[in-house]
Design a protein around this ligand. Structure first.
Ligand SMILES: *Cc1c(COP(=O)(O)O)cnc(C)c1O
Length: 344
């Protein structure tokens, strides 16, 4: 199913590869695992936001914008990719990055790239995560007073246009599975703002897809997300003129793998990052895909995913954030630095 004509710019390298992760599947004791490599969408070092921004930036340009205003955490992938694609589209980029007291603002990882891509960064300290108050509107009003034409991108680019990109991605994936003669039982993905998941849910119920869609939350509670996904997908279906809307029974969401909170490392996340790096030479990220892979690994261990099943894991990107973490906390104990010639 294709969504109706919407303005769209071409930024992503598509289709992204669908690769079987044989050594990972063996290490986990059986299920066939395929990685859908949306970390390789290319522009701005890739990730799921590139697909979304093809639509979101096209809309901004159609509305006459000369400046993109985006928000996120200090290590936001959304901010980094908006900075890169804004540069490519000839737009200025202003980033409002919120974090809680004590969070590192070191110019590493995504923050370094925001600067290299030429975006202007505004830091704010928030009491609760993702509560930007009026900061975005205030900045937009200030830019307007200066004669600029700002376009404010919603958190995660999760507008109906952003979701449309993952209806298309569903089509792309189903085409690849059918060409490979593979029938998938599950599609696993990380859930943040939920826009990617809404698009995948809309794509799956309308295709219809053979697999069950499973989301692993990295921040919010499963009950809250279930309601939001149903409501936001229904709203998007209206705008996009898509026939069917997902019900809560059409997908599953889990919130057991968040740990202490958004962006905070967990043992399971570190193990997942390390296992995938060592078996496949593929980098996950500490905020989203590492936790989603921990969820999948745990579901295989507990039998929720059986050894005869076939799983697609949507790799949404995010590896630049690895460089903002302490190396010792990211690498398991068996990998110690070794200096040849040193004794003791
Ligand atoms: C933003 C992001 C997600 C989550 O996507 P949402 O549409 O916000 O749910 C997952 N993985 C990575 C790497 C991201 O940057």
């Amino acid at each position: 199913m294709r969504v109706p004509q919407l303005p769209r710019m071409s930024f992503a390298q598509l289709p992204t590869p669908l690769e079987e992760a044989k050594r990972l599947g063996e290490a986990l004791g059986g299920p066939r695992i395929f990685l859908k490599r949306d970390d390789l969408t290319g522009a701005g070092l890739g990730g799921n936001k590139v697909r979304k921004l093809e639509y979101v930036i096209a809309r901004a340009v159609a509305e006459g914008a000369d400046t993109l205003v985006a928000c996120g955490g200090y290590q936001s992938n959304m901010a980094r990719i908006t900075a890169a694609l804004g540069a490519r589209a000839g737009l200025r980029v202003e980033l409002v990055l919120g974090g809680m007291a004590g969070e590192s603002r070191a110019w590493q990882g995504n923050l370094l790239l925001d600067r290299l891509y030429g975006a202007r960064v505004h830091f704010i300290e928030t009491e609760r995560r993702w509560e930007f108050g009026s900061a975005l509107q205030d900045l937009a009003a200030e830019l307007t007073r200066q004669g600029r034409h700002p376009y404010v991108i919603p958190l995660g680019g999760s507008s109906p246009e952003g979701m449309a990109s993952y209806i298309n991605a569903t089509d792309e994936l189903l085409g690849q599975l059918s060409a490979a003669g593979v029938r998938a039982d599950h599609l696993y993905v990380a859930v943040g703002s939920g826009g990617t998941f809404c698009g995948l849910a809309l794509g799956a119920v309308n295709a219809p897809a053979p697999y069950r869609l499973v989301g692993i939350s990295v921040s919010r509670g499963a009950g809250f997300l279930r309601e939001r996904v149903v409501a936001d997908s229904a709203a998007a279906a209206g705008v996009l003129q898509v026939a069917r809307t997902p019900q809560a029974s059409d997908f599953a969401v889990y919130d057991e793998y968040i740990g202490p909170g958004y962006g905070a490392l967990t043992k399971g996340c570190v193990e997942a990052i390390s296992l995938v790096a060592r078996t496949e030479g593929v980098l996950l990220d500490p905020v989203y895909s590492g936790k989603a892979m921990h969820g999948l690994m745990d579901h295989i261990r507990s039998g929720k995913v059986s050894r005869d099943d076939t799983v697609v894991f949507l790799h949404t990107g995010g590896s630049p954030a690895l460089f903002a973490y302490d190396p010792d906390s990211l690498s398991p104990a068996d990998v110690q630095p070794h200096t040849p010639g040193a004794s003791g």
